[in-house]
Design a protein around this ligand. Structure first.
Ligand code: SF4
Length: 350
C-alpha cells in the first residue's frame, strides 16, 4: 500500500508544481499553501476555494498533518504558556509562548530530544529521538496561535526549544521559510532567531545563506576547559573556531550577534569567567544576554542558581566593558518552561 505524503512540509513552489501536475494550473497550489499555513486548515474538505476535483486528487496520495495539543500549562507568575504536542508518530515535543512587556515570543523546538548533552539542560538528558520536519517546526507556531486569546499574539520566534537547530539545518530553515512566506503568516526575517550551542558549520551556512534572520550563540563559558565541561560539543568546535565563525557571520551579514550566557553558581559566574568573556568578545559586534541557571529534577545537583550578589559581581564587571549587556529574567520556571528545562519524557498531568 502506498503511504500518503504530508503536504505540510511542501514549500510554496512545491505545492504550485503539484497543482500544475494534478490540475494543469499553479494558482490552486498557492491557495492550498494559504489554507495550510495562513488559516491552519488540515482537512481538504475545509479548503472551500479549491475545486472538488483538485481536493479529490490531492486526497488520493496526500494529507496535511496536525499535531495534537496534549497539554497546556500556564505560569502563575508571568503567564508564560507551555504546550506539549504529540506528533503523528507519537513523538512529543514542547513549545513555549513567552509574553513580554512590548513583544511576545514563541520558543520552538527543532528536534525530539538532543544529542549534545549540555550539562545544564534537561533536553540533553533525553538523547536524540529524531529531527523535526519543516512542517512540524512551523506547526508549533500554529498550535500556539490556536490557544492564544484575548488579543494575545506573538512577534518573535526563537529556535531555543528542544534540540540543536544547526544539527537539523535544512528542515529548520525550510520551516522558518514556511513561517516567513507572505502566503503564510508572513513573519519578518529579523523576527526569527536561530540559537546554536556552537555548531560551527551551521554558523557558516547561515552567514552565507543570504537569510536576514538573527543568530544567537549559547556560550556559557569563554575558557575551553570550562566550556567543554558544561557544553561538551566544545571539544569538537573549540572557542577559537567558534569565534572565527562568529566573526565571519558578523562581517558577512553586518548584523550583531547575541551571546547567551547562563550563570551557574560557582561554576561560570566567577570574576575569572567574566574576564574571559570580555576577552572573547573584544571585537565581536554582539550583545550579551545573561540569565541565571534554572534547576530542574534530573539535572546535576551540584549546579545551582547563583546568588544575587554573584550575579551583580559578574554584571558589574561586564557593564562598562561590553557594548550591550542585559540580564534576562527567567520566564515560566514554575512550569519548567524556562531555558534548559524543556523535556517531553517527564510524567505530566494531562
Ligand atoms: S542546550 Fe540546546 S544543544 Fe544543549 S542539550 Fe539542551 S537542547 Fe541540546
Amino acid at each position: 500500500m502506498q503511504t500518503k505524503t504530508d503536504l505540510k512540509n511542501f514549500s510554496l513552489s512545491q505545492l504550485e508544481s503539484l497543482s500544475d501536475e494534478l490540475v494543469g494550473r499553479k494558482y490552486p497550489g498557492r491557495q492550498l499553501f494559504q489554507w495550510i499555513h495562513r488559516h491552519n486548515i488540515t482537512e481538504f474538505s475545509g479548503m472551500t476555494s479549491l475545486s472538488k476535483e483538485f481536493r479529490e486528487l490531492l486526497s488520493e496520495n496526500h494529507y496535511v498533518s496536525r499535531a495534537e495539543i496534549v497539554n497546556t500549562m500556564t505560569s502563575e507568575n508571568d503567564r508564560t504558556r507551555k504546550l506539549l504536542l504529540k506528533l503523528a508518530d507519537g513523538a512529543m515535543i514542547e513549545t513555549v509562548w513567552i509574553p513580554g512587556s512590548n513583544r511576545n515570543t514563541i520558543c520552538v523546538s527543532s528536534q525530539v530530544g538532543c544529542p549534545l548533552a549540555c550539562r545544564f539542560c534537561l533536553t540533553g538528558t533525553m538523547k536524540l529521538k529524531r529531527d523535526l520536519t519543516a512542517g512540524e517546526i512551523a506547526e508549533q507556531v500554529y498550535s500556539v496561535k490556536s490557544v492564544l486569546s484575548g488579543g494575545d499574539d506573538f512577534q518573535n520566534i526563537v529556535f531555543m526549544g528542544m534540540g540543536e537547530p544547526f544539527l537539523n539545518y535544512d528542515n529548520v530553515v525550510a520551516g522558518a521559510e514556511l513561517l516567513m512566506s507572505d502566503h503564510g503568516l508572513g513573519v519578518a526575517q529579523k523576527r526569527i532567531t536561530f540559537s546554536t550551542v556552537g555548531i560551527v558549520p551551521g554558523i557558516y551556512r547561515l552567514a552565507d545563506s543570504g537569510l536576514k534572520t538573527m543568530l544567537a550563540v549559547s556560550l556559557h563559558a569563554a575558557n575551553d576547559d570550562l566550556r567543554s565541561e558544561i557544553v561538551p560539543i566544545n571539544k569538537k568546535y573549540p572557542l577559537s573556531e567558534l569565534r572565527t565563525a562568529m566573526k565571519h557571520y558578523a562581517d558577512t551579514t553586518g548584523r550583531r550577534l547575541t551571546i547567551e550566557y547562563c550563570l551557574i553558581d560557582g561554576i561560570n559566574d566567577t570574576l575569572e569567567s567574566a574576564k574571559d568573556l570580555v576577552k572573547f568578545i573584544h571585537d565581536l559586534p554582539c550583545k550579551i544576554n545573561l540569565l541565571a541557571y534554572n534547576p530542574a529534577p534530573g539535572l546535576p545537583p551540584e549546579f545551582r542558581r547563583p546568588s544575587e550578589k554573584s550575579i551583580a559581581r559578574f554584571t558589574d564587571y561586564l557593564y562598562p566593558r561590553c557594548p550591550a549587556v542585559t540580564f534576562r529574567k527567567s520566564r515560566g520556571a514554575d512550569i519548567l518552561a524556562a531555558c534548559g528545562q524543556l523535556a517531553s519524557n517527564r510524567n505530566e498531568s494531562v
